[in-house]
Design a binder for this molecule. Structure first.
Ligand code: C2E
Ligand code: MG
Ligand code: MG
Length: 689
């Protein structure tokens, strides 16, 4: 036994020695005593199968008993001193020493810690796998040599790959599948090589597959305790995302209705074209066109028809393009055409082509009509050197084409830009002026040519601005008409004039007052009610108010105008046509309207008596008014010969500097009463608020 003792003490594991013949323990070491919870002395003599009693061990000792003492090495369990099952690795080795019967050395290593670690690592792996499976990304984990160490199902799905390739560890087949799936295998392979060669590289890129799928591949090195051990590859299917991105891009750069570029894209395209034109030393022409009266089509025929018309217009414009030119829809009914290598003449030719193409009769839903457009042209480099500037200039030129009567084109004019600034300034100042009560009315006498008696007056607005000085209505009224502010101004004028006329009337001076009415004002739905309301408020009989309308009001919508004029006539209000002769009135409808007076425009009066043509026109207007049963008044009479000519030609009345300019109410009243009033109390003036 002594010989075995030294051996037992030298073994680090728990160990005991069994006599193969008797299958009894002949010696054990301290570690064994510790593990089994029995003193060494008690262990000696114990039957071997009582120390570890698993079926395997029992069977083994039976075998030994039968004379087959083979070595044994396996994991098993034993019950320790506390009754706990301890997982162990148990080895049995043969010990033969000369002259000694065969002995067996049993060593037992506690596997508790190893088992715990293994369980923990299994749990971790399971958890990791669950995590992998739960992500929407396809995951592949490779080691430093590129061998596959892990994957999830999604990976196979994303690549459309049979899962068997992965499960059977056919790494080459997996990589080959990926290579064959991508649209550009050479690039793919090159990039892959680079990533694999660069252990610490992180990379993210897009792969396009033959199937059209788009995958995002993100890869990062993986390390254990700071040492690189491989790489994780994540693949995300971005097919839908990319498609949505494309769609958004398309929507944000194209016009949904016509499929043409939209304003943003047009501006960017223009900017690029400018850079190229600069480089190549060529000129560009930008045409901006706006369909005339498109709103009417929309309003009267409905938006669907409006859309049809826009589509049709887009087609027509496309047909005007030469190679390299482009067209975009930059607003509701606005389009932009970019013409390459076009100087002034080329631009003009393009503008004419556009006008002609748009104005060819069209038919939508069986309805035939003709559309026109107004075109503004700006040239690069002469009119502007950047896209915004060119756009702005072409747009203001287009506005001028509108003002100039539509259905025509205009080139950018430097001066016009200043005009525009001035108009904006005026519009702003005007609004302040109304709020701060800086507007005044003056009254210009109207005189009976035969008797020389003042028979009425025209109310004319006056504005002295603290910064701009005196601004003539000839300048600011058109601006107010453009911006719509004329409605507010018109209301103020109407109220003020009616108030003054009422005051005069109460003071015994029944003086008709003429008020200029702008088209926009006249077309307000509640215009009649407003007039009636003001008259009622101040108690002025309608016959003491005259409205000066322009011919354009009557031409635009004759039926509507007739309806309104008739209602006004029922209020007793008088109507005059201002600036007569400059518009398009035709006898046939003048006759239908309840109009009492025509005002011969100043431009004709200025030429009489010497200018034959003016003289002829003035005579004709007078005769016409006679025939229509209307009175006629000449405005802008400055000289005695003019007055004499008018009297002789049968004109009824005149107004002009010859008698008096527009006067403030006080001066007017003094003048009309023929003598200065004796005291302020008798004055029937109203304050201007
Ligand atoms: P209008 O209605 O034709 O007014 C006549 C214009 O001729 C007035 O110019 C008047 O001062 C001017 N005038 C009068 N006698 C003579 C003359 O002998 N010689 C010359 N050369 N001119 C004469 P004003 O006041 O500058 O008004 C210009 C235009 O502004 C008016 O033309 C009218 O269309 C518009 N306007 C003036 N006041 C108002 C208003 O209250 N409302 C609206 N909507 N328009 C107004
Ligand atoms: Mg007038
Ligand atoms: Mg006039």
């Amino acid at each position: 036994m002594g010989a075995w003792c030294a051996l037992l003490e030298a073994v680090a594991s728990a160990a005991w020695i069994v006599d193969a013949g008797t299958r009894r323990v002949v010696g054990a070491n301290a570690a064994a005593a510790d593990l089994l919870g029995q003193p060494v002395e008690r262990l000696a003599g114990a039957a071997a199968e009582t120390l570890i009693g698993t079926p395997e061990d029992l069977a083994y000792w039976d075998e030994v008993g039968a004379g087959h003492p083979d070595p044994l090495n396996s994991d098993t369990v034993l019950v320790d001193a506390t009754g706990r099952l301890v997982p162990v690795t148990r080895r049995v080795a043969r010990l033969s020493m000369d002259g000694q019967p065969l002995h067996l050395l049993v060593t037992v290593d506690d596997r508790t810690e190893a088992c715990r670690q293994q369980q923990a690592s299994e749990a971790l792996t399971a958890e990791l796998q669950a995590t992998l499976e739960s992500t929407a990304d396809g995951i592949l984990v490779t080691d430093l040599a590129g061998r596959i160490r892990g994957f999830n199902r999604r990976f196979a799905q994303i690549w459309g790959m049979p899962e068997a390739l992965l499960l059977q560890h056919q790494d080459e087949a997996v990589f080959d599948w990926m290579r064959r799936s991508v649209a550009e295998p050479d690039d793919y392979q090159r990039r892959l090589g680079l990533i694999q060669d660069t252990t610490l590289m992180q990379a993210s890129e897009r792969l396009v597959l033959h199937s059209g799928r788009v995958l995002e591949r993100v890869t990062q090195p993986q390390s254990i305790q700071g040492r690189p051990c491989g790489r994780v590859w994540a693949f995300r299917d971005q097919t839908d995302l990319v498609a949505a991105g494309r769609r958004i891009e398309a929507l944000s750069t194209t016009d949904a209705l016509t499929g043409l570029h939209n304003r943003r894209q047009a501006t960017e395209h223009l900017a690029r074209s400018i850079v190229e034109a600069q480089r190549d030393g060529i000129a560009l022409a930008l045409l901006i066109l706006d369909l005339d009266r498109f709103k009417q089509i929309n309003d009267s025929l409905g938006h669907e028809t409006g859309d049809q018309v826009l589509l049709d217009a887009a087609d027509r414009l496309r047909s005007c393009l030469r190679q390299g030119d482009s067209v975009a829809r930059i607003g509701g009914d606005q389009f932009a055409l970019l013409v390459h290598d076009a100087d002034h003449r080329g631009a003009e030719a393009a503008a004419r082509r556009v006008l002609a193409a748009i104005s060819r009769p069209c038919s939508v839903d069986g309805l035939q009509f003709t559309l026109t457009c107004s075109v503004g042209v700006a040239l690069f480099p002469s009119d502007g050197v950047d896209a915004d500037q060119l756009m702005r200039r072409a747009e203001t030129a287009m506005q001028r084409a509108k003002i100039g009567g539509r259905a025509c084109f205009r080139f950018h004019q430097a001066r016009h830009d200043d005009d525009l600034r001035r108009r904006m300034q005026l519009d702003h100042a005007m609004r302040q002026a109304l709020a701060s009560q800086r507007f005044r009315l003056q009254y210009q006498p109207q005189i009976d040519l035969r008797t020389g008696v003042v028979v009425g007056c025209e109310a004319l607005i006056r504005w002295r601005d603290p910064e701009l000085g005196d601004v003539s209505p000839g300048e600011f009224i058109p601006v107010a008409e453009d911006s719509g502010f004329i409605i507010a101004i018109g209301d103020w004028v109407m109220a003020q004039a009616v108030r003054q006329a009422a005051a005069w009337s109460e003071g015994g001076l029944a003086m008709p007052v003429s008020v200029n009415v702008s088209a926009l004002q006249f077309q307000q739905a509640d215009f009649i009610e407003r007039v009636a309301g003001v008259l009622r408020e101040h108690g002025l009989p309608g016959r003491l108010l005259e409205l000066e309308l322009t011919e354009s009001i009557l031409v635009q919508d004759a039926d509507e105008a007739l309806d309104r004029l008739s209602q006004l006539a029922r209020l007793g209000v008088q109507m005059a046509i201002d600036d007569f002769g400059t518009g398009y009135s035709s006898l046939s409808y003048l006759k239908r309207f309840p109009i009492q007076r025509l005002k011969i425009d100043r431009s004709f009066v200025s030429g009489i008596p010497n200018d034959d043509s003016d003289a002829g026109i003035v005579r004709a207007i007078i005769q016409m008014s006679r025939a229509l049963g209307m009175r006629v008044i000449a405005e802008g009479v400055e000289t005695e010969p003019q007055r004499a000519f008018l009297l002789e030609s049968g004109c009824d009345q005149f107004q002009g500097f010859l008698y008096a300019p527009a006067l403030d109410a006080l001066s007017f009243e003094e003048r009309v009463r023929g003598q200065p009033p004796t005291g302020r109390r008798r004055l029937t003036l109203v304050s201007s608020t």
